[in-house]
Design a protein. Structure first.
Length: 453
């Protein structure tokens, strides 16, 4: 690495004692709804961002009040699959601690908004009690691992989903800070190797995103992620995965040194190798990613700076064996299949359109209530899609009539009977809570679509 000075975030991580910082002390400080500046960076690793209501900034400034601070919490859902119990708990927590809505993200995660500091610890603790967590949902680590739903290819999808969940578990930070701060875990003294055997004390240069896709569907967009695995199916059997590296669509306005990049498909690995390959790719980024300029620190720039061939050679070196050549594959679509679909096992799957990914009740459309009632009787699972939609998945033949009745009762049955424009629309949260937003997005989406239509 060059002699350039490390970015400020690197020093925050070094001094944090494995993501502890002074978070516990900040939570105990009731004189403000905010957290110390450095801890705001560390909180991301724990799955939460400090925000404020930007609509209220001017008025509160006028009255010499601090900003209307709140926190966004992101819940990891590896592979996008949640149980009915987890859905019900997410729904309950949204009412009890957040703003009464659930945001489905394009990385198959749940988000809560509007949580005040005094409720932050209890909310995260209760998320964990529901067998979910928020650690590594944000921060300079591997984020939520995505996997396209493909419920109509149930056997292959089950194997791909298992791989996504295994990768997620393997790359989860091992620091006890999360348990100590949020779950009242016992403090344990550990060596550096025991604390973070993969990440070390400085973790990764920036966030790292992994996806798994089962052709012919590419709804998780393997070309736009740091690392992707493309399932290779031969004679109806999953034989392995092609490995794609170095994707990412982000860029900084006015900074020509930042740019989008499409991932390169560089190799093939067997199902048994997939977790090992994921780890070694992460290690390459850990060791060679740019830690001096955060705008140049994503893995796509590491791949571009060194070249895909060099990256593959380094991965092979770290693995201690050679990955195989790329195998043929073909993608045919990247959208959701709306309506009911039956799989070879006789179970049914219903994909619902969720406007802007926001699950909420309105006077004319009590969608959140309807989904809550469905979760109470559902014996399958819920699947979050990369297009911010929701699949009521693995509905047994015995339960389908009851669920169809609830869909009818709450007006959800025909959620997908929309224009193509609306079905293909997406929106980030933006104003009023996102500190990075320069314009409106989600809350203007319905009216903008209506005008365009």
């Amino acid at each position: 690495m060059s002699e350039k000075k490390l970015s400020a975030n690197e020093y925050i991580k070094i001094d944090s004692n494995y993501l502890r910082g002074t978070i516990a002390e900040g939570l105990a400080d009731l004189s403000t709804g905010s957290m110390p500046e450095n801890d705001q960076q560390l909180l991301k690793f724990h799955g939460t961002y400090e925000q404020d209501d930007r609509d209220l900034r001017a008025n509160r400034r006028k009255h010499k009040l601090e900003k209307a601070y709140s926190f966004m919490i992101r819940i990891r859902v590896p592979g996008g699959v949640a149980t009915p119990h987890q859905w019900l708990e997410t729904d309950r927590l949204a009412t009890q601690f957040a703003n009464g809505t659930i945001k489905l993200t394009t990385r198959q995660a749940f988000q809560f908004h509007g949580i005040i500091k005094t409720n932050l610890k209890r909310t995260i603790a209760e998320i964990n009690q529901a067998a979910m967590d928020t650690i590594a949902a944000c921060g300079d680590v591997n984020r939520n691992v995505m996997c396209n739903p493909n419920p109509y290819q149930s056997e292959i999808h089950a194997q791909a989903l298992k791989a996504a969940q295994d990768i997620s578990a393997h790359l989860t930070p091992q620091t006890r800070a999360y348990h100590e701060i949020w779950l009242d875990g016992e403090k344990v003294e550990s060596s550096e190797e025991e604390v973070e055997p993969i990440y070390g004390k400085t973790y990764l240069p920036r966030k790292f995103k992994i996806t798994i896709a089962v052709p012919p569907s590419n709804d998780v967009d393997i070309y736009a992620n740091c690392l992707s695995f493309i399932a290779i199916v031969e004679n109806d059997k999953l034989v392995g995965y092609n490995v794609a590296v170095g994707g990412g669509m982000g860029s900084t306005h006015g900074n020509e040194a930042t740019y989008p990049r499409i991932a390169d498909v560089i190799a093939f690995c067997t199902p048994e190798q997939v977790v090992d390959v994921a780890e070694k790719v992460v290690l390459v980024q850990r060791d060679f990613g740019d830690r001096t300029d955060r705008k140049h620190s994503r893995f796509k720039y590491t791949v571009d700076d060194h070249g895909p061939a060099w990256i593959l050679a380094k991965i092979n070196e770290y693995l201690g064996y050679e990955l195989q050549p790329v195998r043929d594959f073909k993608f045919e679509n990247n959208g959701d299949r709306y309506g009911w679909v039956e799989d070879p096992n006789g179970n049914s799957h219903l994909t619902l359109y969720i406007s802007g990914g926001r699950v909420l009740d309105t006077l004319s459309y009590p969608m959140r209530t309807g989904l809550r009632e469905i979760a109470k009787v559902h014996d399958g699972d819920f699947r979050l899609t990369a297009n911010q939609n929701l699949i009521i998945a693995n509905v047994s033949p015995a339960k389908r009539p009851e669920i169809e009745k609830l869909l009818e009762q709450y007006g959800i049955k025909d959620s997908h009977l929309q224009s193509g424009l609306r079905l293909n629309s997406l929106a980030c949260v933006a104003l009023p809570t996102c500190g990075l937003s320069l314009a409106e997005a989600e809350r203007f989406l319905p009216s903008v679509l209506t005008e365009l239509e």
